[in-house]
Design a protein around this ligand. Structure first.
Ligand code: C2E
Ligand code: CA
Ligand code: CA
Length: 582
């Protein structure tokens, strides 16, 4: 577009000048501003050379009148000016100020250029902003990627949580152990198990259980660093790898943070769900040199965490491994203990101190293996329970004890024998409606012709409480057979006086832990006194276990307990030695 320049200012005073003459004098000008006479700066309008040429004979004021154009003032924006030009279809407009003084003329081209420059500048600013936004975005993406790397070393393949699965994390751990060994550094593996997750599934249903499982990794990941790994082991177990730690304290710190994060309530379909977790920690490469060892050791630590009451963490130490090896050895030999006649029974008298009479004997099992030697029942009974060997073993104890009673009866010493019933046996009893166990007892009673009231079954109070209703039914069944029921280790479990009222119990055995402290602990004295008073009211016999000293004996007597079992009178004895006492 041709650019028009501001020309001389023409004044209507030149009215007599023939228009055609004029441009010759101002040959360079192509457009003229027309002013008030006497050089008054007020601009009246514009005329172009063409206007003048087309209207010879017209004076300027007439020309201006017929060619009056709108003018721009200095408040118009570039856009407004362009819009106006477009509307009235002109390429140039004069610009005036508030006093109507002509400031100049602008062309559309010039305005477009300015607009372009303005927009260009804006664009540059925008580009700059965009660049920095992109930078932020890139940083965010990197962080996200890193976080994702934390969650999954590769794309997760557990369909429920999207986390890597066991085999993926296994390879990674193998690599990390190798790296740690080469670089003389260390790492840790944390095995997380959600406590009682089965309850969540049982109460809410597995659909909601799955929803909860999907939320758990989000909580865990918040406690982790960028280079940590998280995977799902299966069911309600998760595994975390901390590839670089300064000390085991760092792993403990993470374990605590995870436990804290998980105890905050979860919301599953508008329901509030509370959970806790148990964690087993294994540090590599020092404690666990292979990936198998890492898993086994973390698993052992986790098992201990659960054994000591859940909702806690344990770090693997070598003695746990020794315990495992030992229990594996025990397991191996325990299978044949019964068939190889390696089991025997010791009898510990229960003495009435009022008349120094033995009122009963507790049958306590012993195991002596030719390879591993004697193993204490506290050690092998829990293992036997896991292996189910406990069931035939328990029957053997019962039968042997019954035979013992008849033998002593024959020699004129009828004495009651207390037989311990393991939790596994009692569970089995509950499950089968007692059918198997009751048949076994009936068989023994028939064979021996024994008075059932000479058999007392010792069941720990925690076992009673596990399933109140079915325990009650089972106990009533046993009671109907004429057997006596004793509540063992009383005071260590729930010690609910309420259930004692409901259960058909003949004897309460005050746990030896209360007796051992009786001389120093007034609280224990108060508890024992309360137990004795309650038992008296309910007509239940009380036996104090683990009595070792004269002081304990005297104190118990003063409290009103007169049946005593413990080293003070006798250690558990082989049958022939026990017979001598009788
Ligand atoms: P328990 O039923 O509480 O048996 C009492 C334990 O205390 C016995 O240990 C006994 O030897 C010990 N003891 C007795 N008097 C004293 C004393 O004055 N001081 C101390 N410190 N201890 C005393 P034992 O024979 O090692 O049995 C340990 C546990 O193994 C038993 O605890 C019982 O729970 C279990 N057990 C023993 N025999 C059998 C059995 O035939 N079947 C089942 N299921 N469990 C058994
Ligand atoms: Ca017992
Ligand atoms: Ca006991």
């Amino acid at each position: 577009m041709k650019k028009l320049r501001v020309n001389d200012c023409l004044s209507p005073a030149f009215t007599s000048v023939v228009a055609t003459d004029y441009p010759e004098k101002h040959a360079k000008a192509s457009i003229f501003a027309v002013h008030e006479p006497k050089h008054n700066p007020t601009c009246l309008g514009l005329v172009s050379q063409q206007d003048i040429a087309m209207n010879p004979g017209l004076n300027f004021s007439d020309l201006v009148k017929c060619r009056t154009q709108p003018m721009l003032n200095n408040t118009h924006t570039v856009q407004q000016a362009l819009a106006l030009m477009k509307k009235i279809n002109v390429d140039t407009l004069p610009v005036i100020d508030s006093q109507h003084t002509l400031l100049g003329i602008v062309t559309r081209g010039e305005l477009l250029e300015r607009l372009y420059q303005h927009e260009h500048k804006q664009l540059l600013i925008m580009r700059k902003k965009l660049t920095s936004m992109l930078q932020v975005k890139r940083e965010l993406r990197n962080t996200l990627l890193n976080m994702q790397g934390t969650i999954n070393a590769s794309i997760g393949s557990d369909p429920l949580t999207g986390l890597p699965n066991l085999s993926q994390i296994r390879e990674k751990i193998q690599l990390l152990i190798k790296q740690a060994r080469l670089s003389n550094s260390q790492g840790a593996v944390l095995l997380i198990d959600i406590d009682n997750f089965k309850n969540v599934n049982d109460i809410l249903g597995s659909f909601y259980g799955d929803l909860l499982l999907q939320q758990i990794p989000h909580r865990i990941v918040k406690t982790l660093k960028v280079n940590n790994l998280l995977a799902r082991m299966g069911a309600d177990e998760f595994i975390i790898v901390l590839p670089e730690i300064d000390s085991s304290d760092e792993a403990i710190f993470v374990a605590k943070a995870i436990m804290r994060a998980l105890t905050k309530p979860f919301s599953v379909q508008a329901q509030e769900v509370l959970i806790t977790a148990s964690i087993g920690i294994s540090v590599y490469p020092a404690g666990s040199r292979s990936v198998e060892a890492v898993f086994t050791n973390a698993g052992l630590a986790l098992e201990l965490a659960k054994d000591v009451g859940k909702n806690n963490y344990q770090i693997f130490i070598q003695s746990m491994g020794d315990k495992l090896k030992n229990s594996q050895k025990i397991e191996k030999y325990l299978h044949h203990a019964l068939d190889n006649h390696e089991l025997s029974i010791r009898y510990q008298p229960q003495v009435d101190i009022k008349n120094n009479q033995i009122i009963g004997m507790e049958a306590l099992i012993r195991w002596q293996n030719t390879v591993i030697g004697p193993v204490a029942p506290d050690i092998f009974i829990p293992i036997a329970e896991k292996m189910e060997v406990i069931l035939p073993m328990g029957e053997w104890v019962l039968e042997t004890a019954c035979n013992q009673i008849t033998q002593w009866q024959k020699t004129g010493n009828p004495v009651r024998i207390a037989v311990n019933l393991s939790s596994r046996q009692f569970q089995e009893f509950n499950k089968s409606g007692g059918s198997h166990f009751i048949k076994c007892i009936q068989r023994v009673l028939e064979k021996t012709g024994l008075n059932p009231s000479l058999i007392e079954l010792e069941i720990t109070e925690s076992i009673f409480m596990k399933n109140f209703q079915s325990s009650l039914t089972s106990l009533k069944q046993l009671k109907n057979l004429g057997l006596r029921i004793s509540c063992d280790d009383f005071g260590t479990g729930y010690s609910s006086l309420n259930y004692i009222k409901h259960f058909p119990i003949d004897t309460i055995k005050i746990d030896k832990s209360f007796v051992s402290d009786i001389a120093y602990d007034p609280v224990n004295v108060a508890i024992i006194r309360a137990i004795i008073l309650m038992a008296e009211q309910l007509n239940i016999e009380v036996i104090a276990e683990g009595v070792e000293t004269e002081t304990q004996l005297t104190m118990l007597r003063d409290l009103g307990c007169h049946i005593i079992q413990g080293y003070y009178y006798s250690k558990p004895l082989p049958p022939d030695e026990a017979a001598l006492l009788l």
